[in-house]
Design a binder for this molecule. Structure first.
Ligand code: UMA
Length: 456
């Protein structure tokens, strides 16, 4: 671990989801006295583990006990307006994002952070795979599902840490300063939490805020909002696009090049497993990062070509009777749903809907009307989406109450050679803990339909 900054400090942890539990464990390891509070009274194994480590736990309520802390680590899922977080702030107690708390303890300066509305998980995982292919010591985590705090004990001074970073995690950062920061794109997301587009964009921009001329920023030249954000960046700027860029990764004549003064050919676009990487932009961002850190072309090729993709991101589930079932549960906004639908050439039956985040549904509605053979609507927004589709003259849809029902209806509508795609375009918390649970339920429902279990 990097420094002794938390030794003998009283550290409070607000919320005991995955981030909170890992933050407690890390704080104990860093020599702090730890107090954690969680509204959900449900006991689970991790809590027993924390008790055994000497963490003082408060479950089912928040009281002022945490206000004796020198510092409080806040979980990303807790909103800025949270009354209790407000109380802690009003007492002048520093409230720090789990991201920055963990980042402070990483012994390596080789920290690569990836943010953006869409494509950040895939880009992050792909960078990780390329670095592994190049023989580097690498850890991948953050918003992708593995709390950064849990990676810190495994990191040494020469470990590359690749972290997906969300706006929720950037809310309570102060000094967070990645060596390389990647912005995949900015459309809109989480407007229910950040209130408006401006605040959302401002939070994304925070990833670059503390960078200096020694650091790197990797930006999507095809995205006007990202470009606008990048005007005030102090880090060295690299770009990626499907056409030549002043500096960075780009496509020309079916090949990906990297330019920094000279141009180097890296790989042929034809060798990119598009189903796994979702879009070529994710590959370009990962190529730019990899070349910046000194990876040679053959390792980049190996990492890209062998990339298997992520669970819940255009993940093939099974092919039965010519029907191809695809799980894209990680798709939690309408723009991501649009991109996913348009990536299929064959007729498509779509399962969509979930919890509303205050986003404009037009990209999803228009794409359904334009390109989807039959749509199954579920979740909090199902009725509203149905009304919007009817207004557009689209009637090939059903409204359902459960994933099992969605899968049964999809099966009755799909023909041989066609796809059934779960690509909700909305977050999952209306019916599930998170998108991973939603994706698992979908896969299970599909296997049940064919009388199979998980082992098949
Ligand atoms: N809680 C309280 N008091 C409150 C409110 C909440 O105690 O007043 C508790 C909740 O009961 C819960 C905890 O605080 O136990 C909050 O947990 P959390 O929601 O922060 O969830 P974690 O399990 O820690 O998961 C988080 C990220 N979740 C969110 O940002 C909502 C995960 O991203 C991330 O993978 C994980 O940390 C590891 O870094 C998920 C996500 O949906 C995938 N992210 C959003 C996205 O990608 O769009 C940003």
């Amino acid at each position: 671990m990097k420094r002794d900054i938390y030794r003998n400090k009283r550290i409070g942890v607000l919320g005991l989801g995955r981030s909170g539990v890992s933050a407690c464990e890390l704080a104990v390891m860093a020599g702090a006295q730890v107090f954690a509070t969680e509204l959900n009274p449900r006991a689970h194994d991790a809590l027993e583990r924390l008790r055994a480590l000497g963490v003082d736990l408060e479950l089912g309520k928040h009281t002022d006990a945490i206000c004796k802390s020198d510092l409080v680590v806040i979980s990303p899922g807790i909103e800025p307006e949270n009354r209790f977080a407000g109380r802690i702030r009003s007492l002048g107690i520093p409230l720090l994002s789990e991201l920055e708390f963990a980042w402070n303890l990483i012994p390596s300066s080789l920290f690569i952070a990836v943010t953006g509305t869409n494509g950040k998980s895939t880009t992050c995982a792909l960078i990780g795979d390329i670095l592994v292919a190049a023989g580097k010591d690498v850890l991948v985590g953050g918003n992708i599902g593995v709390p950064l705090s849990s990676l810190v004990p495994k990191a040494g001074p020469s470990t590359f840490v690749v972290s997906e970073v969300s706006t929720f995690q950037l809310e309570n950062t102060v000094r967070f300063k990645p060596w390389i920061a990647v912005l995949t794109n900015i459309t809109e997301d989480h407007i229910d939490r950040h209130h408006d587009r401006r605040s959302y964009v401002a939070l994304k921009k925070k990833i670059f805020e503390n960078q200096t001329g020694e650091d790197f920023a990797v930006i999507n030249l095809l995205d006007p909002v990202s470009l606008d954000v990048s005007t005030e960046i102090r880090a060295k700027k690299y770009f990626f696009a499907d056409h030549p860029v002043p500096r960075g990764a780009f496509v020309r004549d079916g090949k990906i090049f990297f330019k920094n003064g000279d141009e180097t050919e890296i790989l042929r676009t034809g060798s990119v497993p598009l189903q796994a990487v979702t879009t070529i932009e994710n590959v370009l961002a990962a190529v730019a990062v990899s070349v910046i850190v000194g990876v040679d072309s053959s390792s980049v090729q190996k990492g890209v070509q062998e990339f298997k993709g992520l669970s819940h991101r255009l993940e093939g589930v099974i092919v039965r009777n010519g029907i191809k079932w695809v799980n894209n549960s990680m798709c939690t906004n309408p723009m991501a749903a649009r991109a996913a639908i348009l990536s299929f050439q064959q007729p498509l039956v779509l399962i969509a809907g979930g919890k509303d985040k205050g986003l404009d549904a037009t990209p999803l509605i228009d794409t359904i009307v334009e390109a989807v053979k039959f749509t199954i609507l579920m979740g909090e927004v199902k009725e509203r989406l149905g009304e919007s589709l009817t207004r557009k003259g689209y009637s090939s849809f059903s409204i359902v109450d459960s994933m099992d029902q969605a899968v049964r209806v999809a099966h009755s509508q799909a023909g041989s050679g066609e796809f059934v795609l779960l690509s909700p375009g909305y977050s999952s918390q209306d019916m599930y803990t998170d998108f991973e649970e939603r994706g698992r339920k979908f896969k299970q429902a599909v296997l049940n339909l064919y009388g199979l279990d998980d082992e098949n």
